[in-house]
Design a protein around this ligand. Structure first.
Ligand code: TYD
Ligand code: MG
Length: 449
């Protein structure tokens, strides 16, 4: 037996014999961490051993299997979140709730616990906060059931053992980055700790049909810190996104073995915890003043139509290289749209700093936002307002042509509901509400005169 060092990439899990600055597999810099493994020499090879020890699988007729969807689901107090989960938290499922520190993960989980603990046994395990701290939050959120239990622990072994007792219907683990297993020497938060603790917990959950929600912190860039690997192991991955300070926060499933990934729940932080936003469009438009550079986009958040204000600001560049900044919109897409605007219309933007802001902390992930962004930029540069009666949507092609958008009917219905008179939208949509837009140049000349 001999101890040997391995260097394991914390982003993708590939191991190296020597330290290197950049992982050749995933391209990340400085992501390698040393781990010691025990290597046995002079024994049969692992492959041979593995071959000898395997046995034939036991299989079942698929017809006789009870679908896991038929199992009970635990309902949270949030209707939209239940929908995101595919109808509540499935017994025996393991979910990962990922989000930046401070976004409200512990808050939403305590609110979920408060509701579920009205009928079921719930255990909240925290590796970050003491019982006293969690109690303060629970009190504020109005959680006072006798079935709500708390434990402070950072031991993966102990947590798995506790889940295995089957005493609880729902267990929260806050957070995976704080856990460690005795058998592994590396620090908490490293790939090996995260995967092994994750595996241990998942096994315990499946064996006892316990629903488990694991918290995972993500970095500012939006990737799970360390445990990207965990996403493959769990049943459901929920992303908690938005502004840390004010604004809307969204929870969406980026992976769901028991439901669709198109739904989204929208929240707002208040004095007493997170509240679901019932009418996001109205809330987003409430503070609007119609200035130049402001355009209302009819977008989709998952399956939901939402009207959101896009703001553009253009100033003269002081340096040779113009600055482009976007909040809530993809910066590469913005650069592309600016290039299309310069080439396909007569707008001169090379000496302008351009800033784009999506109001309310929304993060747009909709190609039909293109036209609204282009019109906002044109309006800001020309210093002219767009009429108050218009909403805008449509994708912009490299030729400056306006391309069709999915779910146009839903967008139009939402716009009508909020009192808009017309939609500037792709001409392929046959609807009297729509003023057909063919190409960018013509549309800008017509509306941003
Ligand atoms: P928290 O849920 O602890 O974030 P995370 O677990 O994701 O790191 O709390 C997020 C922020 O929300 C925190 O700064 C305090 C604030 N907050 C409220 O505004 N109202 C509340 O009722 C609670 C519990 C927290
Ligand atoms: Mg927390």
């Amino acid at each position: 037996m001999k101890n040997r060092s391995l260097f394991v990439c914390q982003q993708c899990g590939v191991s190296y014999a020597k330290w290197v600055g950049q992982c050749t597999n995933c391209g990340n810099w400085n992501s390698l961490v040393e781990q010691t493994t025990e290597v046995e020499f002079g024994k049969k090879s692992t492959i041979e051993k593995g071959r000898a020890s395997g046995k034939k699988l036991e299989f079942v007729k698929l017809n006789t299997v009870v679908p896991s969807d038929a199992k009970a689901r635990l309902l949270t107090e949030f209707n939209d979140l239940n929908t995101v989960l595919g109808g509540g938290i499935l017994m025996g499922s393991v979910s990962l709730l990922a989000g930046q520190p401070g976004i409200g993960k512990s808050t939403i989980l305590m609110q979920i616990c408060a509701e579920v603990a009205k009928k079921h046994n719930v255990l909240y395990i925290s590796g970050e906060e003491s019982a006293g701290q969690v109690k303060l939050r629970a009190e504020r959120l109005g959680a006072k059931s006798d079935k709500l239990n708390f434990a402070a622990s950072t031991s993966g072994n102990d947590i798995a053992k506790t889940i295995e007792t089957g005493e609880f219907d729902l267990v929260i683990v806050d957070s995976i980055q704080t856990l460690a297993m005795d058998e592994i020497s590396s620090a908490p938060g490293t790939v090996s700790q995260v995967t092994n603790c994750g595996n241990l917990i998942i096994r315990a959950a499946k064996a006892t049909d316990t629903a488990v929600i694991i918290v995972g912190h993500v970095t500012k860039e939006g990737t799970l810190a360390g445990p990207k690997v965990l996403e493959h192991l769990v049943d459901v991955v929920l992303n908690f996104e938005g502004d840390r300070y004010g604004g809307f926060k969204t929870v969406r499933a980026v992976k769901n073995r028991f439901g669709s990934t198109n739904e989204v729940a929208i929240f707002e932080m208040s004095q007493d915890g997170l509240k679901e936003v019932q009418n996001p469009s109205a809330a987003l438009l409430a503070e609007r003043t119609n200035t130049d550079g402001s355009v209302i986009l009819a977008t989709m958040e998952g399956n939901r139509p939402i009207l959101v204000e896009i703001q553009a600001l253009a100033t003269n560049s002081n340096y040779g290289y113009p600055k482009r900044t976007a909040s809530g919109f993809d910066i590469n897409r913005l650069n592309l749209l600016i290039a299309v605007l310069e080439r396909r219309t007569k707008l001169k933007l090379s000496d302008k700093d351009i800033f784009i802001n999506v109001v309310g902390g929304m993060k747009l992930n909709d190609s039909a936002a293109d036209l609204a962004v282009c019109m906002a930029i044109a309006s800001a540069v020309a210093g002219r307002k767009l009429g108050e009666e218009y909403v805008v949507f449509g994708e912009v092609g490299l030729g400056g042509e306006i391309r069709s958008a999915f779910r146009a009917d839903q967008r139009i219905t939402e716009a009508k509901k909020l009192g808009f008179k017309h939609a500037i939208a792709p001409r392929t949509i046959k609807n009297p509400f729509v003023i057909p837009a063919k190409d960018l140049r013509e549309t800008l000349i017509r509306y941003v005169k």
